[in-house]
Design a protein around this ligand. Sequence first.
Ligand code: GTP
Ligand code: NAG
Ligand code: NAG
Ligand code: NAG
Ligand code: MG
Length: 391
Amino acid sequence: MPAPCSIATIKKRCCSGPVITCLLTLNLIGTFMMILLLMDVRKMHNPLSSQDKLRRLYEERQFLPVFESVHSRNQIFPENGTDKDIFEEQEPEKVLDYIPPVPKISDSDVVPSLTNEIMEQYLELPDTNYTDTIVIFTPVRNSAEHLETYETQLVKLTYPHHLISVFFGEDNSDDRTFTIAKMLAKRFSTIHGFKRSKAFHFNITGGVDGVWGDIHERTMQFARRKHLAKSRNMLLRRGLKDEKWVLWIDCDISQTPKDLIQQLLFANKDLVSPCCLFRYKNFKRNYDKNIWRETDISLEDQKHMSRDQLMLEGYGPTSRIYLPDLRAEGRVVPIDGVGGCALLVRADCHRKGLIFPEDVYEHVIETEGLAKMAKKMGYSVYGMPFVEVFH
Ligand SMILES: Nc1nc2c(ncn2[C@@H]2O[C@H](COP(=O)(O)OP(=O)(O)OP(=O)(O)O)[C@@H](O)[C@H]2O)c(=O)[nH]1
Ligand SMILES: *[C@@H]1O[C@H](CO)[C@@H](O)[C@H](O)[C@H]1NC(C)=O
Ligand SMILES: *[C@@H]1O[C@H](CO)[C@@H](O)[C@H](O)[C@H]1NC(C)=O
Ligand SMILES: *[C@@H]1O[C@H](CO)[C@@H](O)[C@H](O)[C@H]1NC(C)=O
Ligand SMILES: [Mg+2]
């Protein structure tokens, strides 16, 4: 059977003369112009993109949402060139005695506090003797400043320590991260009574260097997240033994509930994620925007994206619903995207091939890609909107 006539095969068979090269070049230019033309036509048929529709929705509702590309600054949308901090230091924290309804899409990153009565109702745990083993995986890079807090948070976990193992996966650090991680691993297994603990150093390249603002630049996200996925997958291959559960925790958490593991086990799902918030003045705000549920609008938007295009969160208004906005649905709610802040995965899912996609997978990558892949494999992906980990 003759080989299909791709440009490569034509080249191999007969492309030696300058005429053919010229024809091929013209052909390529033609194709390129055709693509441009098609893109333009699509715009004409689609005068209002989903983002424009959203923008209009916001204007009509006249609300004051907060969207940000830089976490420490607040930008009001629709943006008109002025930045204003809408959070007043003196303003008391809002405490609601009801659970706000689920919005159509998330339009604010402020997470109102709820009364203790409501919270306790959604955080109650059964009286159980725990026996499941669990391994905590934490990728680290230039994280020396975070590791002390990280240790404090892990040590105060009330889940039986002899059932917990902890592994670090470090690469590309130019501070003392690896040395400190090794020291911590020793302390975890000796002083703190954890089962196994070790710090791995991975000799890989491709990480993204720079200050916070630079590495969070939109165009850097593919490379940054790809490398993170690679680090996580290496950690998985090196660290996973016979544990029942894998708990992914980023090292930059500042505070976690001491019954975090019991809470996540309560869900009894294949993948389950708590909220990841941060405190700003007197407010709680959503930090990890990779934990979301798709909406009709976000799915529609994806239909118009090229295969290799990422739909990133945290770079402007979203068309998805973030986990903290799903509280009205109950204690354990279905979601479609997860982050790495804290994430419990049934270890068998990983054993059966679930990994962190290192390339664009249905318009997402890394942790969000993991969630999409899990769903494809038939696993359950859930969030616990009342369980709050702080970044
Ligand atoms: N091994 C490894 N770990 C990394 C690398 N970059 C980040 N990490 C770790 O991976 C986790 C998540 O990285 P972050 O830089 O916090 O990424 P993020 O949570 O998406 O972004 P932030 O908003 O800055 O928190 C943290 O525990 C980091 O220390 C890397 O290049 N290699
Ligand atoms: C931008 O917003 C500020 C503050 O709300 C307002 O005073 C100003 O008129 C706006 N400018 C434009 C060009 O819309
Ligand atoms: C847990 O174990 C303790 C001590 O062995 C026992 O007294 C208790 O009844 C057990 N609880 C449950 C819920 O199994
Ligand atoms: C790290 O990897 C590079 C490239 O694969 C290799 O040349 C080098 O020897 C490795 N270094 C160590 C310490 O293994
Ligand atoms: Mg982080």
